[in-house]
Design a protein around this ligand. Structure first.
Ligand code: NAD
Ligand code: MG
Length: 350
């Protein structure tokens, strides 16, 4: 079905999808309290399960077929979107991630840990033996409580610290509170971000620019600056960047600039703080099925085809990134620093 939308808007949406990009919010920010019920669309069918393997053979499945593919059902939510209201609900490893003690006794703070990629990292970290504090916006409390349940079911401590990262004083308090409640801190995952697509540079208001920069860049500086004096040798800092850092979409210029800043920060800071025995790395996802995609009026057409232009033929699910976040935090990766791990579904970057 083709929706009756202006050509320019269709082009915008098609351009985002064609770039293999995290299509951003297309409508103005709206308080979560104003959220409307999700569209009445049937739940997406689960992809085919892997065939039972012959005795002794590994269970394998084609990665193209492992997770839902476009077309996706129509849906949209005001920003910040809730993951629990998405269809299909993103897979963050809730039923699949198995730990093996790789982060035993570690203490992690993850921003944007309520949903999407941060949630997948939080669940994996707990199952690997870490206690985990997550930060999120107050409107995302239901998603955050669900993550806390998974962390506790893994037998680890969950600390929920809602608050707005655009506030410098809050960033300092967040680190302090996480340290106090976890009894220390040795993993910092700077993952929260704001993204809002605009067709023309002139459409990016100073207010939007400020929100994108503060959330994606300033908070990363403020959190890291507050955490560094307390991080022990062996600690890890991980920043979530994007394919947009290197291959910017013309529709999310402010966001792409912040993602390039994330990567410059990772590469430069890594050289500085290895003196302290601290490693710094980045993860650069391509299109992943998360609330970022539905948080503010993404068109039906844009969501329907999301991820279709990657060689995988589908978007990634956050569960597919979890092991990368574990790897970059684990002591076994002691020679890995200043790196950006691309996970783009085969578009050939970085
Ligand atoms: P997401 O919506 O699940 O996570 C983003 C989180 O940012 C939100 O849950 C929210 O808690 C947090 N946030 C936003 N503004 C905030 C503020 N002012 N204060 C506190 N928290 C705030 O979406 P996601 O896709 O999992 O995003 C996680 C990271 O992945 C982001 O850095 C994003 O840029 C990056 N990324 C995502 C994609 C994709 O296709 N989904 C692609 C490339 C990069
Ligand atoms: Mg969220």
């Amino acid at each position: 079905m083709t929706r009756n939308i202006p050509a320019s808007r269709r082009d915008l949406v098609r351009g985002l999808a064609a770039g293999g990009l995290a299509a951003g919010t297309l409508a103005s920010a709206t308080p979560a309290a104003a959220q409307t019920p999700p569209a009445q669309t049937p739940p997406v069918q689960a992809p085919p399960a892997a065939q039972p393997a012959a005795a002794g053979a590994p269970v394998l499945s084609n990665p193209r077929d492992r997770f839902p593919k476009p077309p996706f059902p129509a849906q949209s939510q005001p920003w910040p979107a809730l993951q629990s209201r998405m269809n299909p609900v993103p897979d963050c490893g809730e039923t699949s991630y198995r730990g093996s003690g790789r982060l035993a006794g570690r203490r992690a703070l993850i921003t944007g840990g309520d949903s999407g990629i941060g949630r997948a990292a939080a669940i994996a970290y707990a199952r690997e033996g870490a206690d985990v504090a997550i930060n999120y916006l107050p409107a995302e409390q239901p998603d955050a409580e669900d993550v806390a349940r998974h962390i506790r079911e893994a037998g680890r401590k969950a600390v929920l610290i809602p608050g707005d990262l655009r506030d410098e004083a809050f960033c300092a308090r967040l680190v302090e509170e996480a340290r106090a409640q976890l009894g220390g801190l040795d993993i910092l995952v700077s993952n929260a971000a704001y993204q809002h697509a605009q067709q023309k540079l002139a459409d990016i208001t100073t207010e939007q620019l400020d929100q994108t920069m503060k959330t994606n860049v300033y908070a990363m500086f403020w959190l890291t600056r507050a955490a560094l004096p307390h991080l022990p040798p062996g600690a890890a800092i991980i920043v979530t960047s994007s394919v947009n850092a290197d291959r910017p979409s013309q529709f999310i210029l402010d966001y792409a600039c912040t993602k390039a800043a994330n990567e410059a920060f990772v590469k430069g800071l890594a050289k500085q703080v290895i003196e302290q025995g601290i490693r710094v790395n980045g993860v650069a996802p391509g299109p992943f099925w998360t609330p970022l995609q539905v948080g503010g009026g993404q068109t039906e057409d844009g969501l329907r085809s999301f991820g279709s232009t990657t060689p995988m033929g589908r978007p990634g699910q956050p569960a597919e990134l979890a092991s990368t976040y574990v790897e970059l935090a684990a002591a076994s990766s002691s020679y890995i620093t200043g790196q950006i791990y691309g996970q783009t579904g085969g578009v050939g970057w970085p």
